[in-house]
Structures are given as structure tokens and as C-alpha cells.
Design a protein around this ligand. Structure first.
Ligand SMILES: Nc1ncnc2c1ncn2[C@@H]1O[C@H](COP(=O)(O)OP(=O)(O)OP(=O)(O)O)[C@@H](O)[C@H]1O
Ligand SMILES: [Mg+2]
Length: 527
């Protein structure tokens, strides 16, 4: 290791210091009656930095030279620790696909420590794929390059889209193979391994609270709740049930806002198990996620979920609500009267309706969304679905619609490129003409300057999203030894709402070849 000290990082490991830990250390698989277990990352053969987030490095105080030094790859590949780092895996449970799954825990995520940035903001640094922990069950604790590229890119892309998310500092190749049976069809093969360093103020999930509840451990639950409120929700004041009630309502509201963001940009998480919902309302666990190309509320990228499609695009808000009911059950141990929890659930619904209305106003460029506008949005969504229209292209083009000009002549010019199927285009043309007629009258009512409306819409309807096929192209190239596309895509996704001349190909609709290709239209959980 070179002489770099990285003394930009000051550690203050509160999760370890203030919550009960597992007396046993090391990676042996076990049931743990505590909030965390101390475990060291397993060293890898040849850690090498593939990509990093400039913004996240800046926040943490790393210079470009720091990041490019061999010492950085050693630390963020799991081969070396900095003074003050004290690695652990957190314990949590969860409901998976609607069923209680018992203890899960960080089976391949290892937190290195909590650090404070120059502004005093707390950041937990966590390696994903750093080797086995007591929670690895039958798996290896590792992650493959393809899934790590996806997690790294999408974390940062979401941040730049303004969607609450965990962040990614670095993507390190381990120089070691990982064996995966990508489609669980008896064809395991070796793939290159990688480690992402994720960064978040907190990695606490709904499932952290469900586990002590499932064990009827009111004391453990209370300790965790008090800790989480004090560390992660310092703005909340008060005490007892009223504080817990405010806290749950805040979690509910943040989750509602998150769902509205996902629906706005066309993001499908793919595995909304309660162990994958963040207590801070952040997007967490970029596994088999996907982006909507042709608008389809019934689409899910997750092949493991293909049967019931529980985690389909259009169901995300109601699944989040269901997950909140699980959290409410867990927290009920802290309440004599469940009324505050019911009120919290109601706050979810109210906040979602409000945020959804804001989406309608922003996406359509209206001064405010009235009931009739919300209905018109539903009509439009139905047309987009029947007509098989690209969601991102359509809404981006809509800001160029001229309310003063005849409607029909504009349809092909503005939206022709957004259709995937000629027959469906012809079939829905009259519907679109009617809808746009309504829209042009509605815009004239608002009498908002066209430029102002356009700016508002372009700030809500991204031009660049991390379409599934774009990420897959970057993965295919990286697997052939060319990692430059990962870095280029990261750069494109830094300014998703801006026109970026020369980069139009990254805003193009899904090509025909990607419709059925693995990684583009369907993702397995194998990662
Ligand atoms: N390769 C693996 N080795 C060990 N445990 C794993 C592995 N893959 C998943 N798990 C564990 O299985 C459970 C569910 O996995 P899931 O796919 O939700 O999470 P993940 O992608 O590993 O991580 P995270 O939620 O931390 O982003 C978690 O407890 C997770 O740690
Ligand atoms: Mg997970």
C-alpha cells in the first residue's frame, strides 16, 4: 500500500457504539440476537478501480489523485482498512414476495464505518460483494461485475434525476471470478467479480425493525427505534408514543414521495421486499431493476417475479403501502394504541396523492393539477399503453407541443419516433388527436408563456434515463475489456434533463434487438 492516509475521513461509528452487537465475530453462518455482527471483508486477488463518482468523492474529500492511487482500490476492494474503520454486517429480516422470510441480514454488504463530511453530514460507507458474513446463508458474499456496474451507474443516475437514493462512490474489479447460474437453469459459469462502495446516511431498512418484532423482542426494537430516530431523524422532537407516531408518519411520507418519483421517471425497482425498503425513503438495492421503455404499468424486469408480477411498475405505490403496513405491525410493539400508526398509513396515501398531482402538473406543464387533469393523465397513460409508446420520448416531446397550432399536424412530427408498433400507432392516432385537442385547450386556459411551460416540463421529464439496453451495452463492452462506456454513461446521466448535443444516441428508444435480450428486457436476481 502506498503512503496515502486518506485523513479526509473521520469515523464515528454510532451504529456499532450504540446498538447491541453479536458477541461472536467472523463469517460463520448463524442466527444472531443482535443488531450487527463484526466481520472483516475477505481480501481479493487484484483490486482495480473501474469507475468512481466525482461528486461523491468530492463530498467525502477525496482528490482525483487519492481515488486513482493503488491504496484507494485496496481499501474499497476490501483488502485494507483505514484507521477508524470497524467493519460489520447489519442484521435484518424481511417479507419477500409477500411472505415472512425470517433473518436475512447483510449477506454480502459490509459497512466499513460512518464518516462525517465537511458539512457535518453523516455517511455510512458500505462495500457490496466484499465476502461472506454470518448472514450469507448458502451464498458466497460476492457480486458480479454486470450487477455491480448496474448498481453503480443507477445509484448515481437516480441522484442526478433528483430521486432519493443511496449513492455509489466506487466500482472496483476484484480480479477474481465469481460463479453464477444467471438463469437458474443449470448452466453456472465464471464471471468477473466486483465491489461497489455504496454511501448513504443510513442503510437501515424496514426489515431491521421486523426482525426484533418477529422475535417478540420489544427491548431490541425500542433500542433500534430510538437509535434510528436520534441518528437519522434528528429533526423529530418529543418523546414516547407521540414521537414514534411522528416518526412513522415521516417514514410514510418519504416513502410516498419516493414512489411518486419512481412513477415520474419510469423506474421499476423489481424486488420491493421489505428488506429492500429504506427507512429514509431512499431507493436501495439496485438488483433486477429496469426502466420503462414502452409505457406498460404491468411490466416487471424481474424474471423471478414473472408469474405474479407483484413488483410490476404500476403496482409500486400500493406495494410500498403494503410494506408500510408490515413496518407498522413491527412498530406496534412500541404503542399501546395503534391509532398513530393508522394515521401514519393515511399520511402515506394523502402524501402520495399530493405528490402524484404534482407529477401531473409538472409532466404536463400545468400551473396546478385539478381533478379533471388527473383524469386526463389516466386517459393519456391508457393511450400510451395501448399505443405502445415510449414513455420518456413521449413526455420529453410533449413540451414542444404548440397549443396555438393545429393538433393533427403535430402528432407525427412530435411523437412519430416514440411508437414501437406501426399498427398500434395507427389504431391510437384518433385517441391521441382527441387527447391533444383537450390538452391544447387546457394549456390556453393556463395562458402560461410557452417557454416557461417548456422549462418546467423539461425539468420533470428527463431526456436521458439509464435504459436497460444502455446499461447492458456498457456491461457487454466491459466484459470484452473496454470499460470506457461505463464512464461515458455515468457522465451522460449527470445531466439527465439537459439537451446534450452529440449524445442523442443515449436518448434513443429501445432498439428492436433489445426487446428480448437478457439484461435488456428481463433481469434475473442472480447477481
Ligand atoms: N451472493 C450473495 N451472498 C450472500 N448473501 C447474499 C448474496 N446475494 C444476496 N444475498 C442476501 O440475500 C438477501 C436478499 O438479497 P437481495 O437480492 O435483496 O439483496 P442484495 O442485492 O444482496 O443486497 P442489498 O439489499 O444490500 O442491496 C440479503 O440478505 C442479501 O444480503
Ligand atoms: Mg437486498
Amino acid at each position: 500500500m502506498d503512503e496515502r492516509r486518506f485523513d479526509n475521513l473521520r469515523f464515528d461509528n454510532r451504529f456499532l457504539a450504540q446498538l447491541p452487537g453479536d458477541p461472536e465475530t467472523g463469517p460463520g453462518i448463524r442466527q444472531v440476537e443482535a443488531a450487527w455482527s463484526r466481520v472483516q471483508p475477505t481480501p481479493v486477488a487484484a483490486p482495480r478501480l473501474v469507475a468512481y463518482s466525482r461528486e461523491m468523492a468530492d463530498i467525502l474529500g477525496f482528490s482525483e489523485a487519492d481515488v486513482r492511487s493503488p491504496a484507494f482500490a485496496q481499501v474499497f476492494g476490501g483488502n485494507a482498512l483505514l484507521p477508524g474503520m470497524d467493519p460489520f454486517a447489519a442484521n435484518y429480516g424481511g417479507h419477500q414476495f409477500g411472505h415472512w422470510a425470517g433473518q436475512l441480514g447483510d449477506g454480502r454488504a459490509i459497512t466499513l464505518g460512518e464518516t462525517l463530511d465537511a458539512q457535518g453530514q453523516r455517511w455510512e460507507l458500505q462495500l457490496k460483494g466484499a465476502g461472506p458474513t454470518p448472514y450469507s446463508r448458502s451464498a458466497d458474499g460476492r457480486a458480479v461485475m454486470r450487477s455491480s456496474i448496474r448498481e453503480f451507474l443507477c445509484s448515481e443516475a437516480m441522484h442526478h434525476l433528483g430521486v432519493p437514493t443511496t449513492r455509489a462512490l466506487s466500482l472496483v474489479a476484484t480480479g477474481e471470478p465469481v460463479v453464477r447460474d444467471m438463469f437458474y437453469d443449470g448452466h453456472p459459469k465464471e464471471e468477473p467479480g466486483a465491489i461497489v462502495c455504496r454511501v448513504s446516511p443510513s442503510f437501515i431498512r424496514f426489515g431491521n425493525f421486523e426482525l426484533p418484532y418477529s422475535r417478540n423482542d420489544a427491548d431490541g426494537l425500542r433500542k433500534l427505534a430510538d437509535f434510528c430516530i436520534a441518528r437519522d431523524f434528528p429533526e423529530l422532537q418529543g418523546e414516547g408514543e407521540s414521537l414514534y407516531g411522528d416518526w412513522f408518519a415521516t417514514i410514510a411520507e418519504r416513502t410516498a414521495v419516493l414512489m411518486a418519483h419512481w412513477m415520474r421517471v419510469g423506474f421499476v425497482h423489481g424486488v420491493m421486499n421489505t428488506d429492500n425498503l429504506s427507512i429514509l425513503g431512499l431507493t436501495i438495492d439496485y438488483g433486477p431493476y429496469g426502466w420503462i421503455d414502452a409505457f406498460d404499468p404491468d411490466w416487471t424486469p424481474n424474471t423471478t417475479d414473472a408469474g405474479g408480477r407483484r413488483y410490476r411498475f404500476g403496482w409500486q405505490p400500493k406495494i410500498a403501502y403494503w410494506n408500510l403496513t408490515r413496518l407498522a405491525h413491527a412498530l406496534s410493539l412500541l404503542f399501546n394504541d395503534v391509532l398513530p400508526l393508522e394515521e401514519g398509513l393515511q399520511r402515506y396515501m394523502d402524501r402520495f396523492v399530493e405528490a402524484d398531482r404534482d407529477n401531473v402538473a409538472a409532466k404536463l406543464g400545468l400551473l396546478e393539477a385539478r381533478d379533471a387533469d388527473v383524469e386526463a393523465m389516466q386517459t393519456l397513460n391508457a393511450l400510451l399503453q395501448i399505443g405502445e409508446v415510449d414513455m420518456t420520448l413521449f413526455f420529453r416531446a410533449l413540451s414542444k407541443f404548440d397549443a396555438q397550432a393545429p393538433v393533427v399536424a403535430q402528432i407525427d412530427v412530435l411523437f412519430g419516433h416514440a411508437f414501437y408498433d406501426e399498427e398500434k400507432r395507427a389504431q391510437t392516432l384518433p385517441g391521441f388527436a382527441d387527447w391533444l385537442q383537450w390538452y391544447s385547450e387546457r394549456l390556453r386556459e393556463d395562458a402560461r408563456p410557452a417557454e416557461e411551460r417548456r422549462a418546467r416540463m423539461d425539468a420533470a421529464n428527463p431526456k436521458y434515463v439509464l435504459r436497460n439496453y444502455l446499461a447492458q451495452e456498457a456491461i457487454d463492452l466491459a466484459e470484452q475489456g473496454d470499460e470506457s462506456r461505463v464512464i461515458e454513461l455515468l457522465d451522460v446521466m449527470r445531466r439527465p434533463y439537459d439537451e446534450q448535443p452529440g449524445r442523442e444516441r443515449f436518448a434513443a428508444k429501445r432498439p428492436e434487438w433489445a426487446k428480448t435480450k437478457a439484461g435488456c428486457s428481463m433481469l434475473s436476481c442472480s447477481s
